[in-house]
Write a protein that binds this ligand. Sequence first.
Ligand code: SF4
Ligand code: SF4
Length: 330
Amino acid sequence: MNTTDMETSNRGAGSGYEKCTGCAVCTLTCPVWHQTRDIILTAGGRSRVLQSGGTPEEMRESITACVLCGACAAVCPAGVDTVALTTELRAALAARAPRGSFSGGGKPSAKLFFPGAALRGNGELLRRAASLLETDGFTLFDDAGLSELAGEMETGGRPEPEELKNFIHSMSGVTEIAAADGFLHRYLRQWLPAVRVSGLGEALLRKREIKNALKAGDLYIIETRGYHAAHTRLVTFYDRMRLETGCGLNTSLQRAAIPTGAASRQTVGRLDTAEQARWILHKRRPARIVAESVEDLEVFKRTPESPEVIHIAELARIPQSELAGTRDER
Ligand code: SF4
Ligand code: SF4
């Protein structure tokens, strides 16, 4: 192995891949394994290849197949940070220049709502979510630059250190962020350790009118990336919600959330999102599907086996005149 190979094969070291025992527990929750039955395409496969001295280039197909749902990290008994493993390996493959400005803007507020790219692309749902969170003190934040950064980080990019410092500085005084893009949660917690980071679903489910609108026949689709990034805490949160409302959840026997994979920005992915939706619906007959993420909403709407499909922000009745972005025109 030459020096360059040694350097690249050391990528992933921050993930703890050395601890992988090859137990294959991660295959139980992995959608890529479910669809391909190829162990090399799983987190355990990548860890074992690295342990054997393999290089990122040699496992390019495996690195690009992962949808970064994080379900494997939630169940790994050795504590391998499998999402960090894949993103570090993608960074080794991509070797991109760090990204510049992404600070964004908005009114100064202690509580910010980061809608993410998918929700920003759906004006009606964005106004609904922003209106609901506004009554809890959240201010809608222009996170377009951050969304672009998230897309680049998912495919191997990283922030420029000085710009990251500026972003952290711009967040001084912020105490809570509700972020719809679950991929960002782990990074926001690393960058802003004093800030409480919630998913959009978690923030909206704190509202009585939202929780009361969930019914026993509903199948509630948790946004998987944010859920697995704080799995221990959120298992308790969603279990309580399920007991209180009687709704079903897209969780497996290991209480990992089964992903559709629709949020993945990786274009070389191997996952068929429609097949994932059918897997989630297998032997279930929900009266209605309630999705936390716009990406999951769209996949289920396209799946013929689905009943009525709505977004969580549509659970509350909001008069048109009260929607964010329309009140100034009255
Ligand atoms: S569950 Fe963890 S220890 Fe087991 S094979 Fe997967 S990554 Fe390795
Ligand atoms: S993050 Fe998801 S898709 Fe990637 S290896 Fe883990 S379970 Fe599989």
